[in-house]
Structures are given as C-alpha cells and as structure tokens.
Design a protein around this ligand. Structure first.
Ligand code: ADP
Ligand code: MG
Length: 805
C-alpha cells in the first residue's frame, strides 16, 4: 500500500474506531458520522481502487438514520473493508489467452512434476508425499511466510530476534568445547562488527572447508544475543559464487512448508523452474476489465508473484496473506463459485414449476384453529412463500429465523397449501432424531388439519418401511417426514409438490438437488429452514441461489432467556436456581457433552452425572436421562415423561439441541460449556424461554478462568440473544467448519481463499459474477463460453450443476 493511501486509511478509520470502542458504548454520542466519513472519502487518494470506493460509498449511504444495531453492523463492515485498501495495480497484464487453447493449457499444467528441470524420480517421490504430483500442484504449493532478505545487514545494526542476512569474512573457525558438548564455531567480520555462527550438530570436515579463514560468506538466520555477542545458530549458508544466489538473498524470500528430504534451497530452485516454465499456462479467463476494476491481477501473474514477490511488495500484507497477489488468487476461486451459484439461481428460477392456488380453505380453517395468532414476521414470511408458490416456477427459498421464532408453523402452512392442491410434501431432516422430533411436532398439527403424515427413516422395521413407501407411491400419504432415506432410489412419490428441508446447521446443498429429482418432470418447490442464523458471509456462498425470508420477531410475551456464566466450583449456585425453578412447578434440562465416562476421562458424562444428581443433589426430585444411544422408542418414552411432567430434570447430551418443545422447561444447565460452539449453545438455549415465564440458561465452564479468551467468548452469550451476532462471533473464532459440519465442508474447500479473511474479495467476486450474468444470463456469448466450461469443471459436480456443462 502506498504511504499516501496508508495515511488516508488511518484518517478514515479513526472515527470508525472511535465509534466502535468499548463495544460501541460511545456510539450514541457520536455526531455526524456519515457526513464526516463522506468528506474523508471524497479526499481519498486517486490510487484507491474504484470498486472499493463505490462499495464504501454504498455502505455509507443512510448510515446516520439506521437503527442502532444495524448501525453497529455497518460500522464493523466499514472497518473490515478498510483493513486493507485495494490499489489499482501498476503491473502490466499478460495478454488474454486464447480460449481455443484451454485444453492445451490444462494439459501442460498436468505435466508430471518430474519433468520440471532438476526434479528426478527421488525428488518427485518426496514431493508426492506432500500431494505434489503435477506442475500445477507445485505452482499451488504456496509459501507459508516471507522473509525480508532484500538487504544485507551490517553486523553493527543487528538486533536480537531478527532474521537477517549477513555477509562477511571468516576470521576464525573450529570446534570448541562448550560445557560438556563439542560445538563448532565460526566468527565472521564485516568491518562493522563480529558475528558468531554456531553448530551443535555438524560435519566438521565440511564446515572447515567452507569456513576457511579469509573466505567470504553469506549467512542468514535468526539472530540472538549470547555472552555480549550476536550469534546465529545453524545458519543457512550461501556460497557467494552460487549462480542461483539471487534466488536466496537480495529479495523477499518465500518460506515454504517443510517437505522431508527436500532442502529449502532445492525447493526454491524447482519452484522457480516451474514458475518460469509453466505459470503462463495458468489462465483463468476472467475478463481483464473485471480484474482491472477490482485492482487485481490475472491468475498467472498472481501465482508468479506469490512465489517471487517483487522487491517493492508489501511484506507485511504478504505475511498476513492479504497481499494483492493473495487476494487475486482468492478472487479467482470466489468468482467461479459465485458465477455457478448465480447461474443456478437464474436457471432454477426459469424452470417449469407448479403454480399452486394459494387461496385455500384448508389454510384458513387451520389458522382459525391455531391457539395463537401469527406474528407479523411470520405473516410476512408466509406471504412471501405463498407468492412464490403461486408462480409457475419452482420456489427456492430459505426460511431463516432464530430458535423458537415459529418457523415450523409457517412451514406447515406452506405444506397445507401444497396438500390442498393435491400434491405431496416431503420434509427432510439431517438426522433421525430430528426427523422423529419433527414427526412428533407435525403429527399434532396434522391432526388439527386432518392430514395424513408418516415417518420414514433408516431405523424403521423393514415391513413398516415397505408399507410407508407403498402408501407414498399410491398417493395415500400426503406428507412424509424423514432423513436422507427419502431420496433413496426405491422411494417414489405419486405427486411431489413441496420439499421442506430442515438443515439446522448442517447444510445439505447436494441433497436439495437430489430430492428435487424425485418429482419427475416438474420441479417441486423447495423451502429450506434453518434455525442457525447464518452469518451473512456464509449465506452468500452457501445460499447464494436462494431467496431469503427472515422471521425476526419472537411470539409475543416471550422474555429473553437470562444467561449466567459460572465456574465449575460455583456450581452449587446454579443448581440452587434449578431447585428454585422446580419448586415453582417448572422443569430443567442439564446438558453434557458426552454419554459415558469411558469416552474421555476428564469430562463429566451424562450417565454418571444423572446418577449423581439423583442420588446426591436432588434425591427428592425425578431425574431422567436422554442420549443418542437410546433406541427411538426409549427416547420417545423419556421425552414424553419429561413433557408430561413425570420428570423434573432431564439430563441429556446434545440430542435435545433442536426440535424439542417443552414450554414448562425454564432452566437449562450446560456443563462443560467451553466444549460447545457459541451457536450450538445458543441453539441449546432455545429449548427454554418458550413461554411467558422467565427462563434461565446457566453455563458452567470447567477449567476456564475469568478473563481468559474462552471465558470472554462465553460471555458473549450472557450479553446478547441475537443469534446473528453470536453466529458471526463463532465464525470469527472457530471458522466455517463449525457451521458446515465435517461432511459438508468439502463443498466449500478452496485452495487458498478464506471466506472470513477474504470477505471483501468474496463480496467483490459476487458483485462481478452477478453483474456478468445480468448481461449474459446463460453465459452464451462466445466470449463467455470459456467461463462456462471452467465453471463446469470446477463446480458442476459439487453444486449439482449438470445442466451447465
Ligand atoms: P422454530 O421452529 O422457529 O424453532 P417453533 O415453530 O418450534 O419455532 O415454535 C416455537 C414455539 O412457539 C412452539 O411451541 C409454537 O407452537 C409456538 N409459536 C409459534 N408461533 C407462535 C405465535 N405466533 N404465537 C405464539 N406461539 C407461537
Ligand atoms: Mg422448530
């Protein structure tokens, strides 16, 4: 970043940082923030990249008038966007490659790494242990850090802790006895001072040869201070006569992840060979005007520079992986993903679908029978859903809202509409337990509406499964609730019209498509429900092809759950509160991460804990136990007993996380709270606070002391019940794996891009991709055909884009 831009950035960020201080405590006092920032933006240097400038402008729009929470979010966003400023690149672009050459270029990149100059079979085998088989693999083997070797440092200027390159003449060298060890030592001098070099493991003959007094040497490594003198232990040694010397000193040096049996020098040499010979073949065909607009570089240039940054590169940005080269690479990955999502969205929106009649009696009658009125947010979501359902195109909608906001009822109303039109409805949950819980919940609603529903999971007896499948194929069943078992081949629908997918926080992008294929000919409508507020960041990538309905209001009379955080030794206080609640006729959950002790020794187990609570803490109360290893029947029995009030306390593993609805439960104790993700805790907490009664969530942290990072993280829950804020926090701390689950993670695997770190790049990629599709919705223009092809290669399989290819 240029100095001028850096200075401007500081000025621009100052009011923002001020407003954000102490968790925005001062924000209400800040005056004219928007006007101030607008003025600053108008003073930004020319080199500020155009796309970023307009994005900032957009984010400033109406800032002053926003409600407090949104204003906070906007300020955080502005801060994120200005952390690194994009600059218009100065480099020249290589010529845009000829799309006709695409296959040939790909072929070149698939060249076995052994063909790179200097790589023999032995070296190739070592590289293979790191997954490097082709030239392309080697090009994508990126430095993990960069070392500043641009300058040879005079010995007098050395500082302890610094990594430095020093050049000097050997004064003295030989083995010395140090305490009871033999150490090899060499002293070199450059006229400004003397530096000691030390080896604890060494081949004496070799060192003697290299460090003959009077020889000129170049060494590098981490400088330390010992006995009043600077020294480098086990330095890297350069031969001043080495023809490849320029690779190792006098530049910003790439530091690669270690590969056993391959020295850093050899690695740098072969990477250079690969870069020189093959980088030009790395063409991504993103239109150059897009890259220019965003201040980014073509893929081949970016990769080249990542391996061998130019001398004036921003070292600090390189080491944070936020250099223009890193961002260019990330853009390349995001752009095609967003293009794929955009394409799928527009395709789906134009496929033939079912135009449901939505003015049905069934719906009206049912609403009249409900013991409550829909909230305004529920009504709005329902209206959006029904509007989609009425259209002759398939609906693709995400119904998002915090736990307990009443999504289930809304989804059921959509189901009724489909059923009244003579269609069948499938509800798919990610696990059997969830499917069972939905089934239990829906059965009540179905009873009220006079609809036939059944459960289909892998765990059912075969005879029952057969029965259900037959009823489904013949059209006797109007609604089926199940797991992925629903899209097995032998499951047939008579007339599938609506698919409801409850994803909780597991994302089933692939399943969505598979289930759609069950409705031969027409595409059914799809409604995806999610209780985890998905950070905007992730929603953009995961649900880039869905419309979103948000229920952002709780049913009237709900009091926010009071959340308190305890250390394990203060547990008695928490359990006293449990007793107090039960005395009032309420019920309590106690949640633990594990079932049995054997799984991990230092954690409390649910089984043991239930016993202990019953015997020692609450001998006069009724304690029940629920965990994932119980049979469905047993689980049902325990849940029923708790629901009816035959149990006061339910000790459980996280199987109760979602779907359970016991309004009388007003307190939840979570042991080992530090073991859970914040979103998961928030999810668990949603099991209480489901009535007008005040509810409590008591988090017990083990071996986490107040003030520590883990403690601060848990504190977030005591401060807010805003699921979105919690989710963002979680994403920041734990990364996307927390949201994606292990199984789905692969779907969003990038070579380098990181959705959180590169959020600004993601936004830019999305804007550009969608803009392109607006101009050419099918990518059918000749110059875009190549994009479609690349898209198919990279994403078709992962995103079920078969229609694209
Ligand atoms: P979600 O699926 O969003 O977690 P649910 O649909 O399970 O939420 O609703 C939570 C509880 O609130 C249920 O007991 C449900 O019957 C009740 N409920 C839903 N909508 C309303 C409403 N508008 N007014 C009062 N209670 C409601
Ligand atoms: Mg629900």
């Amino acid at each position: 970043m240029s100095e001028e831009l850096k200075v401007w950035r500081e000025r621009f960020r100052r009011p923002l940082l001020f407003a954000a201080r102490k968790d925005f405590a001062l924000l209400p006092k800040v005056k004219d923030l928007e006007a101030t920032l607008r003025k600053l933006l108008s003073e930004a240097p020319e080199t500020l990249e155009e796309g970023l400038r307009s994005l900032l402008e957009e984010k400033l729009g109406g800032l002053e008038g926003l409600p407090l929470e949104e204003k906070k979010a906007r300020i955080s966003e502005l801060l994120a966007l200005t952390e690194d400023l994009r600059e218009a690149p100065s480099e020249d672009f290589p010529p845009y490659p000829d799309p006709e050459d695409y296959e040939r270029l790909r072929e070149e990149l698939r060249t076995p790494v052994q063909y790179v100059k200097g790589v023999g079979p032995k070296l190739a085998a070592r590289l293979a242990t790191r997954g490097i088989h082709t030239v392309e693999d080697l090009l994508y083997f990126l430095p993990r850090a960069y070392e500043d070797r641009r300058r040879i440092i005079p010995i007098r200027e050395l500082r302890a802790g610094q990594r430095a390159v020093v050049q000097g003449e050997v004064v003295l060298s030989g083995p010395v006895q140090f305490k009871r060890r033999r150490v090899y030592e060499a002293l070199i001098s450059d006229g400004t001072g003397v530096l000691a070099l030390k080896w604890f493991h060494f081949r004496e003959g070799l060192l003697k040869e290299i460090f003959r007094p009077g020889t000129r040497v170049i060494v590098s490594g981490e400088v330390s201070r010992f006995g009043g003198r600077f020294e480098i232990v086990h330095p890297e040694i350069e031969n001043p006569e080495d023809p490849a010397l320029d690779l190792h000193v006098g530049r910003i040096l790439p530091v690669y992840p270690a590969i056993e049996g391959v020295s850093p020098k050899v690695l740098r040499r072969i990477v250079r060979e690969a870069v020189e010979g093959y980088a030009p073949y790395l063409a991504s065909f993103i239109p150059p005007e897009i890259l220019r607009r965003r201040g980014l570089l073509p893929l081949s240039e970016a990769l080249k520079r990542l391996h061998f940054p130019p001398e004036d590169a921003d070292l600090e940005a390189l080491n944070r992986e936020r250099s223009v080269y890193h961002r260019s690479l990330a853009f390349d990955e995001f752009f095609f993903l967003e293009l794929a999502l955009g394409l799928r969205r527009s395709r789906l929106a134009r496929a033939p679908g079912i135009a449901f009649r939505t003015e049905g009696r069934l719906l009206r009658d049912f609403l009249a029978k409900l013991p409550f009125r829909l909230t305004r947010a529920q009504e709005r979501a329902l209206k959006e859903i029904l509007r989609d359902m009425a259209k002759p195109y398939p609906m693709n909608r995400l119904l998002q809202g915090d736990v307990g906001c009443g999504k289930t009822v809304v989804a059921f109303l959509a189901a009724l509409t489909a059923i009244e039109n003579g269609y069948q409805v499938a509800l798919m949950a990610p696990t059997e337990i969830l499917a069972e819980q939905h089934y239990t919940g829906f059965r009540e609603l179905c009873g009220l509406a006079g609809v036939e529903a059944a459960l289909l999971t892998g765990g059912l007896p075969p005879s029952r499964k057969r029965e259900v499948k037959q009823a489904l194929a013949r059209g006797h069943l109007q609604m089926i609730i199940g797991t992925h078992a629903l899209f097995q081949e032998d499951v047939e629908f008579k007339r599938l019209g609506l698919v409801i997918i409850d994803e909780q926080h597991r994302f089933g992008v692939l399943q969505r498509a598979a289930l759609r294929e069950k409705a031969r000919g027409v595409s059914p409508d799809t409604l995806v429900m999610t209780a985890t507020p998905i950070p905007r960041t992730l929603a953009l990538t995961l649900y880039g092809d869905l419309e979103v309905s948000l229920i952002d209001e709780m049913p009237a009379g709900r009091k926010p759950v009071k959340t308190l955080l305890f250390q394990a030794r203060e547990r008695a206080k928490a359990y006293a509160l449990v007793r107090e609640e039960i005395r009032k006729g309420h019920r309590a959950y106690v949640v633990l991460p594990l079932i049995e002790e054997s799984e991990k020794l230092d954690l409390l187990s649910a089984t043991e804990w239930a016993e202990k609570l019953q015997k020692e803490v609450f001998p006069d109360l009724r304690v029940g136990l629920l965990h994932g290893r119980l049979s469905p029947l047993e689980k049902e029995r325990v849940m029923r007993a708790f629901k009816r009030g035959d149990l006061d306390i339910l000790v459980s593993t996280t199987v109760i996380e979602v779907g359970v609805d016991v309004p009388e439960a007003t307190v939840m104790v979570i042991e080992h709270a530090e073991r859970f993700g914040l979103s998961q805790l928030h999810q668990l907490r949603g099991r209480v606070g489901r009535s007008e009664r005040q509810s409590y969530c008591l988090l017990i942290a083990h071996e986490v002391s107040p003030g520590s990072e883990a403690w601060r993280r848990l504190r977030v829950l005591t401060e807010t019940t805003d699921g979105f804020r919690i989710a963002e926090e979680d994403l920041r701390i734990r990364g996307p794996g927390e949201f994606l689950g292990t199984r789905q993670h692969g779907y969003l695997e990038f070579r380098r891009a990181d959705m959180i770190r590169d959020y600004d790049v993601l936004l830019a990629a999305r804007e550009e991709a969608f803009q392109l599709l607006e101009e050419d919705p099918d990518l059918s223009r000749p110059e875009h055909r190549i994009l479609r092809k690349i898209l198919a290669e990279r994403w078709a399989e992962r995103l079920h884009l078969s229609e694209v290819a």
